[in-house]
Design a protein around this ligand. Sequence first.
Ligand code: MD3
Ligand code: FE
Length: 203
Amino acid sequence: ACTPVAPGAVLLPGLLTPLAGALAAVLRPLLWQAPLRHLRTPGGGRMAVATSNAGALGWLSDARGYRYASQDPLSGRPWPPLPALLDAIARAAAARAGFPGFAPDAVLVNLYRPGVGLGLHQDRDERDAAWPIVSASLGLPARFRLGGLRRDAPTQELVLQHGDLLVFGGPARRCFHGVRPLAAGHHPWAGEHRLNLTFRRAG
Ligand code: MD3
Ligand code: FE
């Protein structure tokens, strides 16, 4: 199935479910090299979502603002390379959604626990918004919110399940979006967690 959920947004439900074991095997060493951490926000807060990155570029937030950088500030070393399996998943999903030629140079890893959500925001730190963002959901389900180009536009809710892929391109690329606080639960693959991977062409 390849379901349009809004202009430019395509849901590929359950596509990753058969790959969950292989994904765990590539994510484990990646998150050992570049551990998940709670970034500081420019306003002085602490992000409730824990994040890490792989690829040539990684997304960062600190007192100086939001940006992509080629090194992990925790280690002073480059981010781990984007594993071939992840690169192939992102390219295939983008192509199926109508974006052939998508070559991600960054994957942002987001870890949620029960009670943790992500407020409405836009993704605007990438150089060229003509490239889509590919999102992969693993573990506990989440209520994802997709709004419009203004923060106060109405939002639609979509439940993202383990194994789902979503591609945001075209008009959806600049839409406000967020995640409701995660409900408590247990998932056989992820325990008390939801893991989200967002593949980007940042540079
Ligand atoms: C819609 N992540 O990393 S993924 C993010 O589930 C982010 O962790 C959420 O928002 C998460 O920035 C949502 C789906 C997603 C990602 C990027 C988008 C939706 C998007 C960019 C534009 C529009
Ligand atoms: Fe986002």
